[in-house]
Design a binder for this molecule. Structure first.
Ligand code: KIV
Ligand code: ZN
Length: 512
């Protein structure tokens, strides 16, 4: 019998703390729906006390999800817990996740509290959370650098106060697998009443060891793994969901544990996260990188052709790769589009379907094979970003070897149409200059990259930009068969995210 491991996904909370990765409410809801389809047990939807925007996003997700537990993060304070409960209370299965730091360095310099005060605070917070729901998780921030006996004492007190899950985070990504598994064993053996709660781990990837540490902890009895899609998160990121899941899936003899994840949804979920956050997946990233299943060396290709298992330890189909089919074409009707989008997880209203159908037809005129990735981009730009302040209505660009590149652009700004032109040293520069002038923004372009969304010479170009304004950083993404238009869409998307950060200041400088 394999042991059940619970997957706690924090893509929408710790993942959103990746620099530039803010998501709007519609994007968060879409991602939450996909994560439920993927089969995560718990979804940490956000940090409701951080901003009104975060509160609303968590509340929307709580109302929408049917089977997945929805957790809201709260510092160990009544105000934070009230906000977290206010946001998650309508969930089918709500959870309050409260935390306080337990390492000497955090207690002395950040909290300025004694050990006794920290225990008292933790107990009070758990008791208070427990007055709202039975489902309370307590985290000891910087747990891996905490004194072991003190950590066990805090966990024991939290369990006595009613915590059903106690979480041991490697907040700064400092632990080494052997050391972390020893610590987990110690906590399992020395925490009073540990059997009354589940032990969880939450690792960061500063030394590239987040997955290794998580697996080491699971082997020692941790039952919940806190993870993010594509490993996105604060600094070097969090443990990546797909790595943990595929390690368990590929090595059942060594790791006899099961989860509720449907592995075939891994790749589509990874793509969605990248598209929504604008964070590209590095090509050599395990499981979901573009090269994860590519065999370059002739000797490998020869072996794989003879028997895939010579060099492939996992099948690409198992993680949802190579399952993309030609979905719809030029002649496909509204009904086929609606039903395909429903399969992909989009339940659109008639009005939304009209918008997407129009954009789909425009795309199908330019591109023969419309794939899932293309539809994802169409819905993302047409529907999920509909609350954006800036929208690109059209642009016309002239450039060449003998003319000064010029772009004329029409934008809608909060529903009001404006037109203008700009010049530059190339068509993209001209387009960005025109947009900056019209929006009155002064962001600095830190990075610009183009890739193809699918194969084929008629593929949509996908552009990612990284912008900085007043110390805030935002990523922007845009897709179009015309890469100059894709660039303008990405730039406008980045500017919208900067606007969002201006109105959600706490998200721009998270407290954790
Ligand atoms: O890294 C960390 O310690 C956290 C906690 C809030 C769980 O994100
Ligand atoms: Zn974290």
């Amino acid at each position: 019998m394999s042991e059940r491991i619970y997957i706690f996904d924090t893509t929408l909370r710790d993942g959103e703390q990746s620099p530039g990765a803010s998501m709007n409410a519609a994007e968060k809801l879409r991602l939450a729906t996909q994560l439920e389809k993927l089969g995560v047990d718990v979804l940490e939807a956000g940090f409701p006390a951080a901003s009104d925007g975060d509160f609303e996003a968590v509340a929307n997700i709580a109302r929408k999800l049917k089977t997945t537990e929805v957790a809201g993060l709260a510092r160990a304070s009544k105000d934070d817990i009230d906000r977290a409960w206010g946001a998650v209370q309508h969930a089918a299965k709500p959870r309050i996740h409260t935390f306080i730091a337990t390492s000497d360095i955090h207690m002395e310099y950040k909290l300025r509290m004694s050990r006794e005060q920290v225990i008292e605070n933790a107990v009070e917070a758990v008791r208070y959370a427990k007055s709202f729901t039975d489902n309370v998780e307590f985290s000891a921030e910087d747990g891996s650098r905490s004194d072991r006996d003190f950590l066990c004492k805090v966990f024991g007190a939290a369990i006595e106060a009613g915590a059903t899950v106690v979480n041991l985070p490697d907040t700064v990504g400092y632990a080494i697998p052997g050391e972390f598994s020893e610590m987990v064993r110690y906590v399992m053996d020395h925490t009073p009443d540990m059997h009354q709660a589940i032990l969880s781990v939450h690792c960061h990837n500063d030394l590239g060891l987040a997955t290794a540490n998580t697996l080491a902890a699971i082997q020692e009895g941790a039952k919940q793994a806190e993870v993010t899609i594509n490993g996105i998160g604060e600094r070097a990121g969090n443990t990546s969901l797909e790595e943990v899941i595929m390690a368990l899936h590929t090595r059942p003899n060594y790791l006899p544990m099961s989860t509720n994840i449907t592995t075939e949804h891994i790749h589509p979920t990874s793509r969605l996260v990248s598209m929504i956050t604008g964070i590209l997946v590095q090509p050599n990233k395990a499981i979901v990188g573009a090269n994860a299943f590519a065999h370059e060396a002739g000797i490998h290709q020869d072996g794989v052709l003879k028997n895939p298992m010579t060099y492939e330890i996992m099948k690409p189909e198992t993680v949802g790769l190579n399952t993309n089919k030609l979905v719809l074409g030029k002649r496909s009707g509204r009904h086929a589009l609606r039903s395909h989008l429903k399969d992909m997880g989009y339940d659109l209203s008639d009005e939304e379907l009209n918008i997407v159908f129009k954009k789909f037809k425009e795309l199908a005129d330019k591109k023969k094979h419309v794939m899932d990735e293309d539809l994802e981009a169409v819905v993302n730009e047409g529907i999920l970003r509909s609350s954006d302040i800036f929208r690109l209505e059209y642009q016309h660009v002239s450039s060449g070897t003998t003319v000064l590149p010029m772009a004329s652009v029409k934008l809608s700004i909060n529903g009001r149409e404006v037109r203008g032109a700009g010049y530059g040293n190339g068509p993209i520069d001209a387009s960005f200059n025109a947009i900056a002038k019209l929006t009155g923004t002064e962001s600095e372009l830190l990075r610009f990259s183009v890739s193809a969304l699918t194969g084929g010479t008629d593929a949509q170009g996908e552009v990612t930009v990284r912008l900085r304004e007043n110390g805030m950083i935002a990523l922007g993404k845009g897709a179009d068969p015309d890469i100059i238009t894709a660039s303008a869409k990405a730039y406008v998307n980045g500017l919208n995210r900067l606007e969002y950060l201006k109105t959600n200041p706490v998200q721009a400088a998270q407290v954790l």
